[in-house]
Write a protein that binds this ligand. Structure first.
Ligand code: AMP
Length: 192
């Protein structure tokens, strides 16, 4: 089973849910950069104060800050058996830096990037549902719309980056949580 994983997909595509489930199943850390940043904001740390307004607007935190944050996190011992990166890389530059780090080996070497594929109309329908169920400061309608635009402009190219590197596995995300989970397991077991 591949265990050093990147999860990619539009906001609402279900990658966070699947990351939690697979991380528990494999006993590896689920590393959500969005959760790390929200925690920094809540704790009032220097990083948190720097990124608060950016996160709440739906824009992206700078590549250099993100690379520092994730570079440090991946060095931890708990990542030695694998990990799921949820929300990183979010730009081509982040992907390129991670790729150059992975040449050095260790925890930085990526086994696969999983793309959770979902139609635009289904993404919008799910985001609407999430707005009603949660009350996240960065999840109101305007911010969600902005995050989708940012996703298409800056993160969608990352999918092609991993396709070109022959590391991409695509999972159809339209089914139930359990159906998608089974497709995910099959995708990670199958040979390239
Ligand atoms: P998420 O929970 O992954 O949707 O992330 C919430 C917010 O955190 C995003 O809208 C960005 O403002 C910020 N963020 C999370 N991960 C990254 C990243 N890799 N690069 C830049 N900004 C990020």
């Amino acid at each position: 089973m591949l265990t050093r994983l990147i999860f990619l997909g539009a906001p609402g595509a279900g990658k966070g849910t699947q990351a939690v489930k697979l991380a528990a199943r494999l006993g590896i850390p689920h590393i959500s950069t969005g959760a790390m940043l929200r925690q920094a904001v809540d704790s009032g740390s220097e990083l948190g104060n720097k990124v608060k307004a950016i996160i709440e607007s739906g824009a992206l935190v700078s590549d250099s800050m993100m690379i520092e944050l994730i570079g440090e996190r991946l060095r931890s011992d708990d990542c030695s058996q694998g990990y799921i990166l949820d929300g990183f890389p979010r730009t081509l530059q982040q992907a390129e830096v991670l790729s150059s780090l992975s040449a050095a080996g260790g925890n930085y070497r990526i086994d696969a990037a999983v793309f959770f594929e979902l139609s635009d109309s289904e993404v919008l329908r799910r985001l609407e549902g999430r707005r009603q169920a949660e009350s996240r400061a960065d999840d109101n309608e305007d911010v969600q719309r902005r995050r989708l635009v940012v996703y298409k402009e800056q993160t969608a190219p990352v999918v092609d980056f991993y396709k070109n590197q022959k590391l991409l596995r695509t999972v159809d995300s339209t089914g139930t949580v359990d159906e998608v989970h089974n497709l995910l397991l099959a995708a990670l077991r199958a040979d390239f």
